[in-house]
Ligand binder design. Structure first.
Ligand code: FES
Length: 549
């Protein structure tokens, strides 16, 4: 490292802090991370440490194909091996967009060196024709408008420019904002990590403070295993319900818990999220955007309100050395329409619902706060799409035998099936239904849904169709029953008929063999287990085995 002009005493025992940077111009949400890294470095120097910045695989949600989720686990391997293989004492993770947050936390958790997470922050509120518009959410709304013939493609493009007008990640309560909130409530980031806009100078301040703090954390030996306890995950599930967070958080937290040996299950999501009110009035469940959330007081207010109701383990530790309660005692709600008081919530029961039945023996999830109340109990005729190509080919066909009472079923979009489990579960409605002014239908799949999306959408059906789950056996014309209150999803077909169909079922074949995709398909766990690769579960520590020295 002499070639970087470092003086003799650089490595004289001072903590060496890795700054794990996911900067990339192909990850537009993280394209401002060089400035953040510089501020982290300043903080590390100020506290007497030596910062060394290094790149890891970046995951741009809007660019990576077939889906960024395919590469979450690969990036986590890059992070884990980069941290373990290099001479580091602590690490700062610079994360943003949807997948770098879980990927970097998973990799760092498997290493268990002192770690602090800095999120890149959301974009400023989107603006279009005098209205506030939210990233992702506006895309779904306006693209349906184009398909229904209500707006032009030119208007759509202007909307897109107004939506993405500053550095940062999606500013709705989509997956990026949800995961940044999870960082904060899990205790892995500093207070206000979730909501400070990317271009607000206080984001740079937070980065500098994180740089200072990681040096102290090395001295105090504060590791992820001390922060990421069962109580921390239970807090996160509760807060996810209170913020109207993304269904993707289910997968990411299950996978992260697996890395630190916390036995978290889908049933924990249902049990702990039940009766937790959604207080944060942000799109896609509500009205406002992340900038408003920050000005209203941000996540500390949410934590404080939940704590006042006795709903949190507020003595959980956080990276700054204080408990969750200590970090939030002074939080003040500056706008009670953006962050509703707990007795006047946006949605009374905001938790993720976990449904089970013969169609999803190992579970499926629904986000009730983004669904239509009138569809929460529903029986409808199945209109089946065998895969996403089949859906795209037929959805615009005026002859498609579908109406708004039907249940749209999409197969072969799970972890193995696509592969990578793309965000196509909120498949757009048929134009012939949209033209009647209908905005929602029940949709069921083994896919995921963007955190910015909405609708009565049942996701993550496990086991998935490509793994031979019952979803593979649904046929056009079958009847499906949904009762979210009773947590039930049922395919109204006799066991005998299903057995006959199973005998004829053939597993899908895949165009790509070899390489990472094959490794992924052969080792990926199902949605109810967090979609990690089976051999990555657990922590392997940061020591290099002696025999390899
Ligand atoms: Fe990066 Fe939405 S595309 S957060």
């Amino acid at each position: 490292m002499r070639n970087q002009g470092l003086p003799d005493d650089t490595f004289d025992g001072r903590p060496v802090i890795g700054i794990c940077n996911t900067w990339s111009e192909l990850t537009p949400c993280n394209a401002h991370f060089r400035a953040i890294a510089e501020k982290v470095k300043t903080g590390v120097y100020q506290a007497g440490g030596i910062p060394v910045e290094f790149p890891v695989m970046s995951l741009g949600e809007s660019n990576l194909r077939p889906t960024a989720m395919l590469f979450r686990n690969l990036a986590s391997m890059d992070v884990e091996e980069s941290i373990r293989g290099n001479p580091l004492d602590g690490v700062v993770l610079l994360v943003g967009c949807d997948k770098t947050t879980p990927a970097l936390m998973m990799g760092a958790a498997s290493c268990d060196l002192p770690t602090i997470v800095v999120s890149g922050g959301p974009m400023l509120n989107g603006k279009f024709e005098g209205q506030e518009i939210g990233s992702g959410t506006a895309v779904w709304q306006f693209s349906e408008g184009v398909r229904a013939g209500e707006i032009t493609v030119g208007q759509f493009r202007e909307m897109e420019a107004g939506m993405s007008r500053s550095a940062g990640s999606c500013m709705t309560m989509g997956t990026a904002s949800t995961m940044a909130s999870m960082v904060e409530v899990l205790g892995m980031g500093l207070p206000n990590n979730a909501a400070i806009p990317a271009v607000d100078s206080r984001r740079l301040l937070l980065s500098q403070l994180a740089g200072r703090r990681i040096v102290e954390m090395v001295e105090e030996d504060v590791r992820p295993s001390k922060i990421l306890t069962r109580e921390a995950f239970e807090n996160a599930i509760c807060v996810n319900a209170a913020i109207g967070g993304s269904t993707n958080a289910v997968l990411h937290l299950l996978a992260l818990a697996g890395r630190v040996g916390v036995d978290l299950s889908l049933d924990d999501w249902d049990r702990l999220g039940r009766d937790v009110p959604t207080m944060v009035n942000l799109q896609p469940s509500g009205k406002y955007l992340m900038e408003d959330f920050y000005y209203a007081g941000g996540l500390p207010v949410v934590v404080r309100q939940l704590d006042s109701a006795g709903m949190l383990h507020s003595d959980a530790s956080t990276v700054n050395g204080h408990t969750l309660r200590e970090n939030t005692t002074d939080a003040v709600n500056h706008n009670e329409d953006v962050i509703r008081p707990i007795d006047r919530p946006l949605v009374r029961d905001g938790g993720i619902g976990v449904l089970r039945g013969n169609l999803a023996p190992n579970g499926a999830v629904i986000k009730p706060s983004a669904a239509s109340p009138e569809l929460m109990v529903h029986r409808g005729r199945a209109v089946v799409f065998e895969n996403i190509e089949d859906y795209r080919e037929r959805i615009n066909d005026p002859e498609l035998n579908v109406d708004e009472s039907c249940v749209m079923v999409l197969k072969n979009c799970g972890p193995v099936g696509y592969p990578g489990m793309p965000e196509v579960g909120n498949m757009g409605l048929p134009p012939k239904v949209l033209k009647k002014g209908v905005k929602d239908m029940v949709r069921i799949s083994d896919a995921r849904m963007s955190g910015t999306a909405y609708g009565t959408v049942i996701l993550h059906v496990a086991p998935e169709a490509a793994a031979g789950g019952p979803l593979a056996l649904v046929a056009d014309g079958d009847f499906i029953e949904l009762d979210v209150r009773k947590r039930r999803i049922h395919l109204d077909v006799t066991d005998d008929v299903l057995e006959r169909r199973r005998a004829d079922w053939k597993a899908p074949s895949f165009a790509i063999s070899g390489g990472y995709q094959q490794l992924y398909r052969e080792t990926v766990l199902q949605a109810d287990q967090g979609v990690d690769l089976d051999f990555l579960v657990g922590s392997r520590g940061h020591e290099i085995p002696r025999e390899s020295h």
